[in-house]
Design a binder for this molecule. Structure first.
Ligand SMILES: C[S@@+](CC[C@H](N)C(=O)[O-])C[C@H]1O[C@@H](n2cnc3c(N)ncnc32)[C@H](O)[C@@H]1O
Length: 450
């Protein structure tokens, strides 16, 4: 008999067979330097291994999708052994095409992650990347446990899991869409779902802002739309669940990527992991709405240098790229001129990959203090690699005295009238104008606005 876990896993597999993620077109150039925070060298540094410049050699991408194998093969030093596992064969076929001309070709394995891990002998990997995957698994805590088992002591793991509290509006909207009869397996229905969301955006400022915050591509691109609103499995668990799972797996959270600058009143969270209470309070009043992008380490009895590889081939090709655009999207960094952006990028490469002992500290004189702080909080600068105490302190301390929670969303009765009209018109086309169904859908849509 097929159990619930097997059924869930197979449903998820079918979904990603149909909609590989993120499914960017195969031949557009990808700005892989934007993924600097997923490089094993970077993660090792954040997870507290000062010898990380020597870079780990065996890396697992757990649930790699169709793009990460390419991105990591570009950003990693050349002598890494990258193993990329995914349950979706189609995703891996696409990944295979992307890495065709890469030097550092990852080994691609099509298997359920848990089954793959259970066949690994102990302590096989020095770094793991698991981004946006665990919350889609049928038994995430068991898989995390297995991941920790095959990680070497002193090894690192970057994982991203959903902040379920911040996604409650998406879950309500997703239920409403299912009640409206949209079916992602049917191309026509998926197009209608996109049209519905575009129309919904125009009914109220709340929907406009919430759907707008997902970016235009989430509605337009089917892979993203399905991943966001039609997922076959999304664990609805909050911070406590994930921190407990990490703790039980005997991993230690070392850093948190504060992508949206929501934790500026705390010491730099990339290097000082906020405590539970600090995070829970901020999640409860919506000061913190990002997903949990965490850097974990597996403690070692003593400081290890992992596979200390003095002959590591430095990824000097990074110098040929321009700086990650995302670094300069912040108030404190957006006016930094192009030439200085490039110097910051080169400093990043020097710090993390080449030789942190030989840095040109003159660069910091050209930057505002707040720019230095912001850049250190997103990992452009490695605060722990800085030898000047005052500069290091600047990079580590809070940037703000306090952070205000956002204003509660306000929506009027007339907004709800617009929503009702929209819902009725969709159901009329489907000849499903059943009052009970309409009421259920509207109640979900009210929740999605609150
Ligand atoms: C949201 S995507 C993330 C992909 C990639 N990590 C990224 O950030 O682009 C989730 C991925 O996990 C894979 N996945 C889901 N369940 C899995 C399982 N049980 N075993 C292995 N991979 C799985 C899916 O096929 C999909 O490619």
């Amino acid at each position: 008999m097929v159990g619930i876990h097997e059924t869930l896993t197979q449903n998820v597999r079918r979904m990603y067979e149909r909609f590989p993620y993120p499914n960017y077109p195969l031949f557009i150039p990808l700005r892989w330097q934007e993924a600097y925070a997923s490089s094993s060298v970077f993660c090792q540094n954040i997870a507290g291994n000062p010898n990380a410049t020597q870079s780990p050699k065996s890396i697992l991408i757990a649930g790699c999708g169709d793009v990460q194998p390419y991105i990591l093969s570009k950003i990693e030093p050349r002598n890494q052994n990258i193993i990329a596992v995914d349950i979706s064969e189609r995703s891996l076929r696409r990944a295979q095409k992307r890495v065709m001309f890469c030097w550092n070709k990852p080994t691609l394995i099509c298997e359920d992650l848990r089954a793959f891990l259970s066949t690994q002998p102990g302590q096989s990997f020095e770094h793991m990347e698991c981004y946006g995957v665990l919350h889609h698994l049928s038994e995430p805590t068991k898989v995390l446990h297995e991941m920790a088992r095959v990680l070497v002591p002193g090894g690192s793991c970057r994982m991203m899991v959903y902040n379920s509290a911040a996604r409650s509006w998406m879950r309500s909207l997703s239920r409403a869409m299912r009640l409206l009869g949209f079916d992602y397996n049917n191309a026509q229905s998926l197009t209608e779902a996109k049209e519905f969301l575009e129309a919904l955006k125009k009914t109220s400022a709340v929907f406009e802002s919430r759907l707008g915050s997902l970016g235009p591509k989430t509605i337009k691109r089917s892979a993203r739309l399905v991943d966001t609103f039609f997922h076959e499995r999304e664990v609805n668990q909050g911070l406590e669940y994930w921190l407990n799972a990490i703790h039980k797996a005997k991993l230690v959270p070392k850093g948190l990527y504060d992508r949206y600058a929501e934790l500026d009143d705390l010491p730099n969270p990339m290097y000082h992991f906020p405590n539970r209470q600090q995070l829970n309070e901020r999640i409860a009043d919506k000061r913190f709405e990002n997903n949990f992008e965490l850097y974990l380490s597996k403690p070692a009895a003593e400081q290890t240098s992992l596979t200390s590889n003095k002959n590591s081939i430095k990824p000097l090709h990074l110098y040929t790229k321009d700086a990650p655009k995302a670094w300069f999207d912040y108030t404190e960094t957006k006016s930094i001129p192009f030439w200085l952006r490039q110097r910051i990028w080169h400093m990043h490469i020097q710090m993390f990959y080449v030789d942190s002992q030989r840095l040109d500290y003159g660069l910091f004189d050209k930057l505002e203090k707040t720019s230095i702080q912001r850049l250190a909080r997103i990992g452009a600068f490695g605060a722990h690699l800085i030898t000047q105490d005052r500069l290091k302190d600047l990079m580590l301390r809070p940037m703000a005295d306090s952070m205000e929670p956002p204003d509660p969303p306000s929506h009027s009765d007339s907004d709800m009238e617009q929503v009702t009209l929209l819902v009725r018109s969709v159901l009329k086309d489907k000849q499903q104008l059943d009052p009970r169904r309409i009421e259920l859908i509207l109640s979900r849509l009210r929740q999605a606005q609150s």
